[in-house]
Design a protein around this ligand. Structure first.
Ligand SMILES: Cc1ncc(COP(=O)(O)O)c(C=O)c1O
Length: 504
């Protein structure tokens, strides 16, 4: 296959304005995008509108802070209809799954859609403007993770799952390639590799933290090509010391891939370590977990490495010249972006980066630590609770807490909480091997549930915080939890409730 694919350096300059702009703009600096978001004082919590755009004369520039950010989250204080038909402002603690939209992100997308045209393909003023914004945003993404072109490049993808699969499709060249993952991984960073090559796993300890020593031992014993690891767990919130792992991987000739889905909205992330051997080679994340709901995300990766490989995704935008019998491919990032781009996804991502940077990751992580401690302390005071992971030292946890009560099934409790106005996630969170380990469920026990309705499989309840959540919401959640547990414990568990195994 590879023989037929003649991959050359970009011929864009010779090919004409449109493609030339598409490829070469990736190398320009990113200052072309107006970053300021403004609003009139009177319209501070109004829906995005013309008056809040950069065109208004009476506008004042808003500085986004951890204290005021809740005002700029769409729908967060709007009542929602519950199962019983009543309406209530709900507590949303399911931010690890997806985050609500930021108003400035919506405003930016609305505004930039006024000059929307085809990206890298059209001959029109709108097409040129859109293409420039699209290309310049790559620099913003690179600087968001503390690196720059030409060492690194930014490939736009649909999501973390899409990015990891795309990367795996390119990097893995033989079924015999060895990838070292951990038992903490989300399925996206496990199954993407499992199907394509041999995957070996470093286990987690009793508290659920990655065993770093085991990574080194496995690297010593096996000819590992890639180490792939999550930057933060979507089950326990543990933050991985990825630079320590990078150093180990590089020592044994492997490259490192980091799944950034759960870090990007919570902590700063740097591709660059304190020494060059600590640098990260590839990083993947989704925009919908950082308050931009238009899809999209990115692979940030070593440009030369990406250019050495060929993703198994083919289509428009990836080629220089196609004849009846030959295909000449272009370089990364465009080589990895077959098909028409997701412009709102890229515009939204760029604006989300601006807002998060402005709020500041020191403030974000301090705020989330406060909420995490308050929730863990509160849960600990409730009888029959099991909280997974380390609840004493939470310094290496982002705001994700998973728990169970030994006398009520987790699906039942999550449903009752949702009906009472408290949004959580319940299940094994697409990280089954990790969740089974934390719960003490063996592989054999887990397989008994194959084919079962998902609500009846083992699971946990997860709460996860966003920048806009408050201490009052933690209090309200604990109040709703107490009320729900009391009603359940005082009832005779009739009807469907008997179908649920209280152990899960
Ligand atoms: C750690 C981790 N990796 C990968 C993913 C997949 O992200 P997406 O669904 O945006 O592709 C998730 C989603 O929850 C996640 O938490």
């Amino acid at each position: 296959m590879k023989k037929e694919l003649i991959k050359t350096a970009s011929l864009t300059l010779a090919l004409g304005i449109s493609i030339a702009c598409f490829a070469s703009c990736a190398k320009a600096d990113g200052n072309a995008i107006p970053a300021s978001s403004t609003e009139t004082t009177a319209a501070s919590s109004a829906a995005p509108s013309e008056t809040s755009s950069a065109e208004s004369k009476s506008e004042t520039k808003v500085i986004y802070t951890i204290e005021n950010i809740r005002r700029f989250i769409v729908g967060v204080d709007d009542p929602v209809e519950l199962a019983d038909g009543s309406k209530k402002v709900i507590v949303n603690f399911d931010n690890a799954a997806t985050t609500p939209a930021l108003k400035p992100v919506m405003e930016e997308v609305d505004s930039k859609l006024k000059t929307y045209g085809s990206i890298g393909r059209g001959f029109s003023a709108k097409s040129n403007i859109s293409t420039e914004i699209y290309e310049n945003t790559r620099d913003k993404v690179l600087s968001f993770v503390n690196c720059s072109y030409p060492d690194y490049t930014c490939v736009y993808v649909n999501s973390t799952t899409d990015g990891l699969n795309k990367l795996a499709s390119a990097l893995i060249t033989s079924k015999k390639d060895i990838v070292l993952a951990t038992r903490m991984e989300h399925h996206s960073n496990d199954l993407s590799w499992r199907d394509r090559c041999k995957v070996i796993y470093a286990d987690v300890d009793d508290q659920g933290r990655i065993k770093y020593d085991e990574i080194e031992k496995l690297l010593k014993k096996n000819k590992v090509k890639y180490v792939t690891v999550t930057a933060a767990s979507n089950v326990t919130g543990y933050v991985t010391d990825v630079h320590r792992i990078a150093k180990m991987a590089h020592k044994y000739g492997a490259k490192i891939i980091v799944d950034g889905a759960q870090i990007v909205a919570h902590r700063t992330f740097s591709m660059i370590g304190s020494t060059p051997d600590e640098n990260i080679d590839f990083f993947v994340f989704s925009a919908h977990k950082m308050y931009s709901p238009y899809g999209g995300g990115a692979i940030v990766g070593l440009t030369d490495e990406l250019n050495k490989h060929m993703p198994k995704f083919y289509g428009g935008g990836t080629v220089d010249i196609v004849t009846d019998n030959t295909v000449t491919y272009t370089d990364a990032p465009h080589l990895y972006e077959a098909g028409s781009p997701n412009y709102p996804g890229v515009v939204g991502l760029g604006k989300a980066i601006d807002v998060l940077n402005e709020v500041g990751f020191d403030s974000i992580s301090a705020h989330e630590q406060k909420l995490t401690k308050k929730m863990i302390d509160g849960l600990k005071q409730r009888k029959n609770v099991v909280i997974y992971g380390d609840t004493d030292d939470i310094s290496d946890r982002v705001g994700v807490i998973s728990f169970n009560f030994t006398d009520i099934n987790s699906a039942l409790l999550a449903t009752k909480l949702a009906n009472a106005g408290a949004g959580t996630r319940r299940g094994a969170f697409c990280a089954h091997p990790y969740v089974w380990r934390l719960m003490g469920v063996s592989n054999e026990q887990a397989r008994i549930y194959e084919g079962c309705e998902s609500a009846k499989t083992p699971g946990m309840i997860r709460v996860s915080f966003g920048i806009y959540n408050t201490e009052e919401e933690v209090d309200e959640f604990l109040r709703l939890l107490d009320q729900t547990l009391e009603n359940y414990r005082n009832s005779n568990h009739e009807g469907t409730e008997e179908d649920f195994d209280p152990a899960f």
